[in-house]
Design a protein around this ligand. Structure first.
Ligand code: NAD
Length: 488
């Protein structure tokens, strides 16, 4: 039985409205010749103006609701999402391509994230200071920053939006969200949940459309803060538009994450972690392990362990039982990855291992382990797919230097039994997240997350409630003195 195509609309000022732009669709990457997953008309620039006006109109009442009441809205959203978890996971797999296990995991993490920010409403949110005046209290307060533009990628179509939208709303801001064009149905599903949970008209607006709609959103004079996750070139174009006019900005961009493996490492578990980190979600994670740096004489044994695991990976439709890796998200993504892979081979890389892919029209890319040298283009530029390159160095100093020889600085991992080596790597690897004996991917939703160098922008890091409070508010210091008593 074919699943019917979903007709999507924009959410503007509390009303679901047809877009006034051009016709677009999302497809099932495992069955691109089948019926589209969703169809919609993109939002026009006029609808962007309407969404901005609706957000401004909603701001005061949403602020006046208070933190605890807004926290309850997020808690209701968590419960609704949990009720719909299986339907959401199936939709995510149909529209994005990832395995059903990964989709279920992402929905579960998104439910937890909503609960986490709902609970954050109850935390202390300011400090008091002594005053030189006996009748005065000095305290810091947080006020909403203003309309927040949220721009998100397709690789975590639920989790990344929830990371951003939940705290933005919690702190009393109206939101205008432009999700990735490849996963619009997931964006509508999340918006439905938040609206049903009680986010009032205008406090959350959803605009479906291409990148230039996002560019217009971030450049809008009423956008007070921009939170963006996506590629470096787009992130930098947003930075150039936003920084000069002084709006707040949070960028989470690409990575070129290294795994350093020492000769004393437990190689089978290191190989498990590297293959999970490099190939999981078909390599479409910003935190994916792109380079493996084998130190000293562990190279041959490590390559053997890695090759066995890569060859055993089961690639297929995400909805099939037993699939480890689904297709990549689009034909464009597939073509970019295969072109980069061919370029690496032309530049001298050797294929150490691959896994078979289905003989059907899906956007398949064979997971590939390469042997390479640092000069390869693929060792410098992010290729957003299941390709990992193994490099060889003689000692730890050379490994750290090579790991850091990139413009990125998102994550890194080190595999060793020696605590001093681990400590040295935690200190010296230039990455916002450093893992010891663990995959470069994965993070706790309550711990700060973010990169260094080109992987990020110097703003409060994402996820942890303190950083979120910092980003989605402006701080003030209030000096509150009692009025004199009547007869004094
Ligand atoms: P992308 O940069 O192409 O698109 C991201 C979003 O920006 C989409 O919604 C897109 O429509 C929008 N956009 C495109 N052009 C724009 C413009 N000029 N102005 C404003 N918005 C614009 O990225 P993608 O292909 O969707 O995602 C993959 C990239 O995201 C990879 O580089 C990956 O490393 C990165 N990523 C980073 C993190 C992180 O936390 N650091 C997490 C996930 C993905």
């Amino acid at each position: 039985m074919t699943t019917p195509t979903i007709r999507l609309r924009q959410m503007i000022g509390g009303t679901w409205a047809d877009g006034a732009g051009t016709a677009e669709r999302s497809e099932n990457p495992a069955d691109p010749d089948g019926a589209p997953v969703a169809e919609y008309l993109t939002a026009s620039e006029e609808q962007l103006e309407q969404a901005m006006a609706a957000a401004a109109a909603a701001a005061r009442a949403w602020d006046r609701r208070g933190l605890l009441s807004r926290g309850q809205v997020l808690r209701r959203a968590a419960l609704l999402m949990e009720d719909r978890a299986e339907d959401l996971a199936m939709l995510m797999t149909r529209e994005q391509g990832k395995s059903l296990a990964d989709s279920r995991g992402e929905v579960g993490a998104s439910v937890e994230t909503l609960h986490y920010h709902a609970a954050a409403a109850r935390r202390p949110n300011g400090a008091t200071y002594p005053s030189s005046h006996p009748d005065e209290v000095v305290r810091t307060i947080r006020r909403p920053v203003g309309t927040v533009a949220v721009i998100t990628p397709w690789n975590f179509p639920l989790q990344i939006p929830v990371w951003k939208i939940a705290p933005a709303l919690l702190w009393g801001n109206p939101v205008v969200w432009k999700p990735a064009s490849d996963t619009p149905a997931m964006a509508v599903a999340l918006t439905e949940i938040l609206v049903e949970a009680g986010v009032p008209d205008g406090a959350l607006n959803l605009l479906l459309g291409p990148g230039h709609l996002g560019a217009a959103l971030v450049a809008h004079p009423d956008t007070a803060a921009v939170t963006f996750t996506g590629s470096v070139p787009v992130g930098h174009s947003i930075r150039d538009a936003v920084v000069p006019r002084g709006a707040k900005l949070q960028l989470e961009l690409g990575g070129h994450n290294a795994a350093v493996v020492l000769p004393d490492a437990h190689l089978p578990s290191a190989a498990d972690a590297i293959v999970a980190g490099g190939m999981g979600s078909t390599g479409q994670k910003c935190t994916a392990t792109r380079r493996v740096i084998a130190v000293g004489d562990c190279y041959d044994a490590l390559v053997g362990e890695l090759a066995d695991r890569v060859e055993a990976l089961v690639v297929g439709p995400g909805a099939d039982e037993g699939t480890a890796l689904g297709p990549v998200v689009s034909a464009k993504a597939r073509d970019e990855i295969t072109t980069a892979l061919q370029q690496a081979i032309d530049e001298g890389a050797a294929v150490l291992a691959t896994a078979p892919v289905p003989d059907t029209p899906g956007h398949w890319v064979a997971p590939t382990l390469l042997a390479g040298i640092p000069e390869l283009t693929i060792c410098r530029e992010e290729v957003f797919g299941p390709v990992t390159t193994v490099l060889r160095v003689s000692d730890l100093d050379a490994a750290v230097e090579l790991a850091n020889a990139t413009d990125f600085g998102l994550t890194a991992s080190v595999f060793t039994r020696d605590q001093r080596t681990a400590r040295r790597c935690v200190d010296d690897l230039v990455a916002g997240l450093v893992k010891v004996n663990a995959p470069s991917t994965g993070s706790e939703l309550h711990a700060p997350f973010g990169g260094l160098r080109d992987s990020s922008f110097p703003a409060p890091r994402e996820q942890a409630s303190d950083s979120a409070a910092e980003f989605f508010t402006v701080g003030k210091t209030a000096y509150e003195r009692l009025a004199p008593e009547e007869d004094s």
